[in-house]
Design a protein around this ligand. Structure first.
Ligand code: NI
Length: 384
């Protein structure tokens, strides 16, 4: 590479920030990213990328050769009312880029522009994946079905990160974000008069017993050095003070870093609920759905990212794992790669609110560093 990606990214910093603000003002929820994807696609075409649509997602290629590196950004916003008073505040009531996907899209657009300007120096192909619906929509799965990973040798993606100081790139080996699943079900008893419990099968104490028993999955079944979460987050039954209801409905979420722990949680939920309802003569329904696998970075690719950061004097460090989930996991199940974090926490500027908070914001002054790293990863990977 005959240019410095950091100074080139710095050179288009204003443009990157302008794109981010434009996306921020026009947030779109999962699978509705019509405007955002149109803006992205127009730029990519103008810069010479061949583009393919997958719904509101875009797969864009440039260059050719034996090796292909993919870079991914997500484009969707959240159903949150923004409470920041900034000139680029969301113009859409009840919708907000409160997770920084506006920044991800803008950073990758910046990288797209720089890569296109230096396409003659490319020793392979760069594929950009602008995906819809990361927030609970598993847009990554749709992109993979649409061919996003065909011929891809490695993939990288960025998430802006409130738990890291501004400008620091967080790189982690192995599990970074958790696997996530949801469950829902009901305990089916036999209703009756509140004064005649002996004539009923009261599902309420059975539900209480089951919910407490679920607490033992993490504390008594998962090995102490492993991690997991089982949270019952919704319980509904009955409407009157003198009627024993027929059913109790419940739902919740579970999280894990290792697939075998995810399986253990699901097995124990079934065993506990089956056993407890049987003991009381009640029935049950239980639906468990694994939504997102854990996001597991390849050690080799994480090391490669460290080497690239080192070479271009980009500040990097360790990033702590979180029990949040990220559908980048689906790409990493198919090809080696790493999901990276870009620190955006800036206490002086009041940029401290967590992801998905109505006052979440991004330290825009470091976005060019994400762009620089993406460009550097692409050229360095294809060189090797
Ligand atoms: Ni996010």
């Amino acid at each position: 590479m005959n240019f410095d990606p950091v100074s080139e990214a710095k050179g288009i910093e204003k443009e990157i920030i302008a794109w981010r603000r434009d996306f921020h003002m026009h947030p779109e929820l999962k699978y509705e990213e019509e405007r955002t994807s149109k803006v992205v696609e127009e730029h990519l075409r103008e810069w010479g990328y061949s583009t393919k649509r997958v719904g509101t997602g875009i797969i864009a290629d440039i260059g050719g050769g034996k090796k292909t590196i993919a870079l991914r950004a997500d484009m969707d916003a959240l159903p949150i009312q923004e409470e920041n008073e900034v000139p680029y505040k969301s113009k859409i009531p009840g919708k907000m880029h409160a997770c920084g996907h506006d920044a991800h899209t803008a950073m990758l657009l910046g990288a797209a522009k720089i890569i296109a300007a230096h396409r003659e120096e490319l020793n392979g192909r760069v594929r950009l994946i602008f995906q819809p619906a990361e927030e609970g929509g598993n847009g990554a799965v749709k992109m993979i079905e649409g061919g996003a990973l065909e011929g891809v040798d490695a993939i990288f993606g960025f998430h802006v990160w409130m738990d890291l100081p501004s400008g620091v790139i967080g790189i982690r080996d192995g599990p970074f974000l958790a696997g996530a699943g949801i469950f829902g079900g009901k305990i089916i008893g036999k209703g009756g008069h509140g004064a005649s419990p002996h004539e009923t099968v009261d599902p309420i104490p059975i539900a209480a017993e089951a919910i407490l028993a679920f607490q033992t999955i993490v504390s008594r079944n998962i090995p102490p050095i492993e991690t997991g979460v089982v949270s019952v987050t919704s319980v509904h039954a009955g409407t009157a003070f003198n009627v024993i209801p027929e059913e109790v409905e419940f739902k919740g979420t579970f999280r894990f870093f290792k697939p075998e722990i995810g399986e253990l949680i699901q097995r124990r939920m079934r065993e506990l609920l089956g056993g407890i309802t049987k003991a009381h003569g009640a029935g049950y329904e239980l639906n468990i759905e694994e939504l997102t696998p854990p996001t597991i970075n390849s050690k080799e690719m994480a090391d490669f990212a460290r080497k690239v950061a080192e070479k271009y004097n980009l500040k990097y460090g360790e990033v702590q794992p979180t029990m949040g989930a990220e559908d980048f996991a689906f790409y990493l199940r198919k090809v080696p790669g790493a999901f990276l974090a870009l620190g955006i926490r800036n206490e002086e500027r009041g940029i401290v609110y967590p992801h998905h908070h109505p006052r979440f914001n991004v330290d825009e002054d470091v976005l060019y560093l994400g762009t620089a790293m993406e460009v550097a990863l692409a050229f360095e990977f294809l060189r090797g």
